[in-house]
Design a protein around this ligand. Structure first.
Ligand SMILES: Cc1cc2nc3c(=O)[nH]c(=O)nc-3n(C[C@H](O)[C@H](O)[C@H](O)COP(=O)(O)OP(=O)(O)OC[C@H]3O[C@@H](n4cnc5c(N)ncnc54)[C@H](O)[C@@H]3O)c2cc1C
Ligand code: SF4
Length: 499
């Protein structure tokens, strides 16, 4: 075991870890040593090929196909310098005041959190795309919503020099997307923080971690030689993402004092829905995500967004197979796509546990309200597709593969709870939240409102694990805002904690 020592260790380099590292970097000017330990590699620019199956294997944990324990939902998360921000789409929304009200975390103020998120909107170049950069797939969604009288808004996104190649979720091959790998991590390194890639933290001890560095299959070589390490530090920040941060802490001896650990996991369960037009539309070319519809957030608990996924993801998102499936897949140039995000309730029994090897296992149950929300979301999406001129629509909770436009009046009959079958409907999550929730005390939370783990003054959490309930909107700016608070608390207490 090779021994190392630092003042602060950050585990993970995604939205939370990258942000906290950058905000702690000023401490390096006082001679403090900070290391970010990141499981994934730092990709070379030429390694972002944009090829779907190849990039899914390189960039995502389990190629994006990690399943919940009962196999009803896939869980997508990035594993790279920059974490999931390397594969995110970059839609940038701050948390609504009503949502933070529902979070109800004593000491967490909405204006404070949103102010911090806005700092990163400026830092990561968040803006609205000009109308000429918006393709048919997005425009048709806007038109469909407007015809139906549904509220529809343009997404701010965080790009610089976007070429509209539509490959954001495979890592942007044009270096346009402004994730933490482009903004916060380079700034942290310029400020003196060391980032060790290909370095997987295996366990957390009192003010120390053990980690294994492996030879890089992709990307740049790691800063440390392959081998097993024990790294000590008076301050440790967990930012390995909701699932892996929970698993690391569950493996440790500190789990016994944290009954809320791993619990209240939420996932924003998502559906990918398609409508088919008579003529080809521009869909693959152009930024994939320009509009969202929040008409049904309060009434039915779902958000609708534009999206355009790649052939493999699209194929697995359709329920059914054979000639219909094949006909739809061979005609992707006519497809319009909508992404549903359902606002799942925080349930104590939706939780992360660990298996015998210490790996994470995610237990997730779809309650009746959530299923009803998903059925309603398919009906609303079908209406939008038809209002936008689609000739037929595929809804996973319909008895037949296609609903034709002349059947549009019967959407409520044709898409029904009766035909929604878990396991048949392909549900995915890319917004993994909770497990280390903030709150007032250890009975029902893991950290305080500043990310400090209850009873462990040297241990902090700075990732989406902190969310006490789902964020209801796309989460990355909220994670960055929370990580900013964690960094501030550590800077304020540095003299005492590092004494
Ligand atoms: C395909 C996709 C699209 C998305 N699009 C959007 C979007 O448009 N807008 C939005 O707001 N959000 C989006 N998100 C969600 C957003 O990217 C995540 O919510 C956010 O990045 C999570 O931040 P995090 O810090 O919790 O974890 P992550 O960003 O996932 O970072 C965790 C890091 O920890 C590392 N790690 C894990 N275990 C260990 C270990 N044991 N040792 C060392 N390192 C470890 C991982 O490799 C990873 O790099 C998207 C997510 C995905 C997957
Ligand atoms: S659409 Fe823009 S941000 Fe997305 S991959 Fe292409 S260039 Fe990058």
């Amino acid at each position: 075991m090779i021994e190392k020592s630092y003042d602060i260790i950050v585990i993970g380099s995604g939205a939370g870890g990258g942000t906290v590292a950058k905000e702690l970097a000023p401490l390096c000017q006082d001679g403090r040593r900070i290391a970010v330990l990141e499981w994934g590699p730092k990709f070379k620019e030429e390694e972002f090929t944009g090829r779907e199956v190849e990039m899914a294997g390189r960039l995502f944990v389990e190629s994006g196909g990690m399943l919940t324990a009962d196999g009803t939902m896939t869980l997508a998360m990035g594993r790279a310098y920059g974490g999931s921000t390397v594969v995110y789409t970059g839609t940038s929304i701050t948390i609504p005041e009503t949502t933070l009200g529902r979070w109800n975390v004593p000491g967490l103020d909405w204006a404070d959190l949103v102010g911090r998120s806005q700092k990163y909107m400026a830092e990561n170049n968040v803006h609205l795309l000009p109308s000429e950069a918006i393709n048919d797939n997005n425009r048709l969604f806007q038109e469909g919503c407007q015809k139906l009288g549904y509220s529809v808004e343009q997404f701010p996104i965080n790009l610089k020099g976007c070429l509209g190649s539509g490959l954001c979720n495979l890592g942007c091959p044009n270096a346009a997307k402004q994730g933490t790998h482009r903004v916060q991590l380079p700034a942290a390194e310029a400020g003196g923080v060391e980032v060790i890639t290909n370095c997987r933290v295996e366990s957390i001890e009192e003010r120390a971690v053990t980690a294994r560095v492996t030879a890089a299959e992709w990307g740049q070589p790691a800063a440390w030689e392959p081998g097993d390490y024990r790294v000590t530090a008076p301050i440790i920040v967990l930012a390995a993402g909701s699932i892996h941060s929970s698993a690391l802490l569950l493996k440790s001896r500190f789990a016994a004092g944290l009954p809320a650990l791993g619990r209240w996991f939420t996932a924003h369960p998502a559906l990918i829905l398609v409508g088919q037009h008579e003529r080809p539309i521009s869909n693959f070319h152009g930024h994939p995500k320009s509009f969202f519809c929040d008409e049904f957030m309060e009434s039915h608990g779902f958000l609708l967004e534009t999206c355009m996924y790649f052939p493999f993801v699209t194929a697995k998102s359709l329920s059914g197979f054979g000639a219909d499936h094949s006909a739809l897949m061979t005609d992707m140039r006519r497809l319009q796509m909508i992404l549903v995000l359902a606002m799942d309730a925080a349930d104590r029994d939706n939780r992360i546990t660990i298996d015998d090897a210490g790996g994470p296992v995610v237990h997730y149950r779809f309650g009746e309200r959530l299923v009803e929300s998903l059925v309603q979301s398919m009906r609303a999406s079908a209406r939008i597709f038809f209002a936008a001129g689609a000739k037929r629509v595929h809804a996973p909770a319909a008895a037949k593969f296609f609903i034709e436009d002349h059947e549009a009046e019967r959407i409520d009959d044709l898409i029904s709870r009766r035909d929604f079958k878990l396991g048949k409907v392909s549900i995915a999550s890319a917004h993994l939240m909770g497990g280390l929730r903030m709150g007032a005390g250890p009975a029902d939370s893991v950290t305080d409102a500043w990310g400090q783990v209850h009873g462990l003054p040297w241990l902090f959490v700075a990732d989406a694990g902190l969310f006490p309930r789902c964020s209801e909107v796309n989460p990355y700016l909220t994670i960055m805002g929370l990580a900013d608070r964690v960094a501030e608390r550590i800077r304020d207490r540095a003299a005492e904690l590092l004494a």
